[in-house]
Design a protein around this ligand. Structure first.
Ligand SMILES: O=P(O)(O)O[C@H]1[C@H](O)[C@@H](OP(=O)(O)O)[C@H](OP(=O)(O)O)[C@@H](OP(=O)(O)O)[C@H]1O
Ligand SMILES: Nc1ncnc2c1ncn2[C@@H]1O[C@H](COP(=O)(O)OP(=O)(O)O)[C@@H](O)[C@H]1O
Length: 377
């Protein structure tokens, strides 16, 4: 789902502010005075509406991936995400962890219209026409419980069967076609195997460019294809790629120091890359809905392949691959820049040579003319 908040939260949703409601008509006020008060109220309303509009335009909030209807935009640079106990517990712990600078600020929960929400810092706040990329981390996006459930208590999902049919009907067995359903584990595993999740330890879930165009469903199994996507996402801007590279390296350092990371199996969590053309670029850890404490008997290393029962998520495998591919994008962008610079220099040299040539010719002509003049004297 993609939701442009700047449009949805337009002036029409604006309520009379306290400044306006202060202007209450008193009994017996004469008509002229009422008119003048109304005029003042209208201009206040217009002014405040414009202020509200422009402040909201600062955050053109979009939801690039995830569950439709899970988010609401809130006042004061916050977004509200549908409450999940698992996620709330993680966020609470992360606020006192070395990973805190990499996680949106968590402000507890709130009730809206009978539903509970988690209050999160809006990571797009202050960015102008943001460019966003959601990378889902890890070598698998399903919890081990999902696998167990698929053996012991399989529930067939028609929606997931249909999503598979739409992409590749041949991926389904005859039995699955007959049942017109697959388990959630089967679907998630298929998604992992048909993307770079299983091989690289991450996948690009979606990219939104500054004009609002969104690309999802990347068929990117090869590192070269991912590098290509990174170059297109950053328009090969070296300073943006370098900022991302440093942030990934800093995240790696923080993960090594993090008691939270040591003790949790991080499944289905994303890194949200955000930048705009005023050179603000950052990366944030989001979505802890499937991040759970690892059993006390298991010591996770996060950098070895998953095997049933070992609980490994492969988060660091993905982070290393992603960092290395951003590094490759930097090298390629630098090469392209040099080539472009070379071409520009060539063209400048060529122009200068041409100018010199023309000048020499015309000077030669002038000399001749002067000589002729001299001789005619
Ligand atoms: O992205 P597509 O291919 O559409 O598949 C989605 C994602 O895997 C979701 O994971 P995430 O939240 O990490 O994006 C998952 O939510 P869960 O978090 O519940 O596993 C959805 O399961 P359902 O919510 O059961 O439909 C599943 O349908
Ligand atoms: N704090 C935030 N600030 C800005 N955008 C966010 C924030 N959290 C999530 N998003 C947007 O919402 C999308 C889905 O978020 P996510 O937490 O993964 O939801 P879900 O649990 O439904 O999968 C992200 O890809 C991103 O575009």
């Amino acid at each position: 789902m993609l939701m442009h908040s700047s449009v949805s939260s337009s002036a029409s949703s604006f309520n009379c502010s306290s400044a306006e409601s202060d202007e209450v008509f008193s009994e017996g006020e004469d008509t002229a005075s009422k008119r003048s008060t109304m005029r003042r109220c209208r201009s206040w309303r217009t002014f405040l509406t414009m202020m509200q509009w422009s402040v909201r335009r600062q955050s053109s909030w979009v939801q690039l991936a995830g569950h439709q209807g899970n988010f609401q935009l809130s006042e004061g640079g916050e977004v509200l995400k549908r409450f999940s106990e698992v996620e709330a517990v993680c966020l609470q712990a992360l606020m006192a962890d070395p990973l805190r600078p990499f996680v949106p600020q968590y402000h507890g929960s709130v009730n809206r219209g009978g539903n509970s929400y988690i209050r999160l810092e809006d990571l797009l706040s202050g960015l102008k026409n943001p460019v966003i990329m959601d990378c889902k981390m890890g070598v698998r996006t399903y919890q081990e419980e999902e696998l167990t459930k698929s053996h012991t208590k399989p529930t067939l999902r028609t929606d997931m069967y249909q999503k598979m049919v739409k992409v590749d009907p041949t991926a389904l067995t005859v039995e699955e076609h007959e049942q017109r359903g697959v388990t959630k584990w089967r679907y998630l595993q298929w998604r992992d195997n048909t993307s770079s999740t299983s091989t690289l330890g991450f996948r690009i879930e979606g990219i939104m460019m500054e004009n609002g165009s969104v690309q999802r469903d990347f068929k990117m199994l090869t590192p070269a294809k991912v590098t290509e996507a990174l170059l297109s996402f950053t328009k090969s801007h070296l300073h943006i790629l370098k900022a991302y590279h440093s942030r990934l390296q800093a995240l790696d350092e923080a993960l090594k120091e993090s008691p939270f990371f040591k003790a949790h199996e991080v499944i289905g969590s994303s890194l949200l890359f955000v930048h705009d053309w005023t050179s603000k670029a950052s990366i944030w850890m989001i979505d802890f809905g499937k991040t759970t404490p690892s059993p006390s008997t298991v010591q996770l290393s996060h950098d070895v392949p998953w095997a049933e029962g070992n609980r490994e998520d492969g988060y660091l495998i993905g982070l290393a691959a992603l960092t290395s591919l951003v590094g490759q994008a930097i090298s390629q962008a630098a090469c392209r820049q040099e080539e472009k610079h070379g071409e520009e220099t060539d063209s400048v040299t060529h122009t200068l040579q041409e100018q010199e040539h023309t000048q020499t010719k015309s000077q030669g002509g002038q000399g001749e003319a002067a000589q002729n003049e001299g001789t005619s004297d």
